[in-house]
Design a protein around this ligand. Structure first.
Ligand code: NAD
Length: 257
């Protein structure tokens, strides 16, 4: 075990069936947390649970579609039922809906698909997590936004995603203020490009190339998913006890320009 950053904590991670969420589950477990893996993709979620257990950690799976209020409520309920409490919630589930055209060509369907998961899904999760954390009198929420929640990106096709991620940063700030005196911290991480299925899809659709995207980052490369997981684990931990309301760039200095 790497240390005691999250010893005794219970972490709930949405979208933990692949990519950043799966890596975050492993990182949080290595830091001592018990992990509830939530995803719409049951196979992926169960794979993550198996990986956490194989590494000596404790994890369970719960199915969720973050667009469904009832399923989100059940996800929080199952976490408390299984592990007794909810200390750290990581709202990571997200979809890339690029490929629909430039701003003026984007369809209502594409707009709704992005907003439904990337923004309203986070809102549903926060509502139910905050309800539980208020009962407990403590908790930490980390929303996975994006550099696209801080700045525009010089690529066509992504305007609904940029709008949704800016919205996630807004939800983060609003909740941080409302619950600042309730023992609940609310932050966001804003990753640059991370080599996951989502980025591979954008590359295969011809929307970006590996080289172009690496060049966006002054550090000269992509992030690995675990590098985002480490930032999430720290923000989730008591080591970050005075940090709330922050959209933290984890982007190899991309937004420092
Ligand atoms: P990914 O596609 O590998 O993982 C996303 C996960 O979310 C999948 O397991 C998927 O099944 C799950 N999911 C999708 N819709 C869902 C729903 N309705 N309910 C529950 N689960 C659902 O993608 P990733 O790259 O790991 O992305 C994770 C998060 O990080 C997303 O919010 C994404 O916007 C954000 N992000 C990614 C990058 C990147 O470069 N990969 C950069 C910045 C931010």
């Amino acid at each position: 075990m790497a240390g005691s950053l999250l010893d005794g904590k219970v972490a709930l991670i949405t979208g933990a069936g692949s990519g950043i969420g799966a890596a975050t589950a492993l990182v949080c477990s290595r830091h001592g947390a018990k992990v509830m893996v939530a995803d719409i993709d049951e196979d992926g979620g169960r794979r993550t649970v198996a990986e956490v257990r194989a590494a000596g950690g404790e994890a369970a799976f719960v199915w969720v579609d973050v667009r469904q209020a009832r399923a989100v409520e059940d996800m929080v309920g199952s976490t408390v039922e299984r592990f007794g409490r909810l200390d750290c919630a990581v709202n990571n589930a997200g979809v890339d809906t690029a490929g629909d055209g430039r701003f003026h060509e984007v369809s209502e369907e594409s707009w709704d698909a992005s907003m439904g998961v990337n923004l309203k899904g986070v809102w549903w999760c926060m509502k139910h997590e905050l309800t539980r954390m208020l009962e407990q009198g403590s908790g930490s929420i980390v929303n996975v936004a994006s550099v696209a929640g801080l700045v525009g990106i010089e690529a066509p096709f992504v305007s609904p995603y940029i709008a949704a991620k800016h919205g996630v940063v807004g939800l983060t700030r609003a909740a941080a203020l409302e619950y600042a005196t309730s023992g609940i911290r609310v932050n966001a991480v804003c990753p640059g490009a991370v080599r996951t299925q989502m980025v591979d899809d954008l590359i295969s659709q011809g929307i970006m190339t590996l080289e172009q995207t690496a060049a966006y980052h002054p550090i000269g490369r992509y992030a690995g998913p675990a590098e985002i997981g480490e930032a999430i684990a720290w923000l989730s931990s008591d080591a970050a006890s005075f940090v709330t309301g922050v959209p933290m760039a984890v982007d190899g200095a991309m937004t420092a320009r």
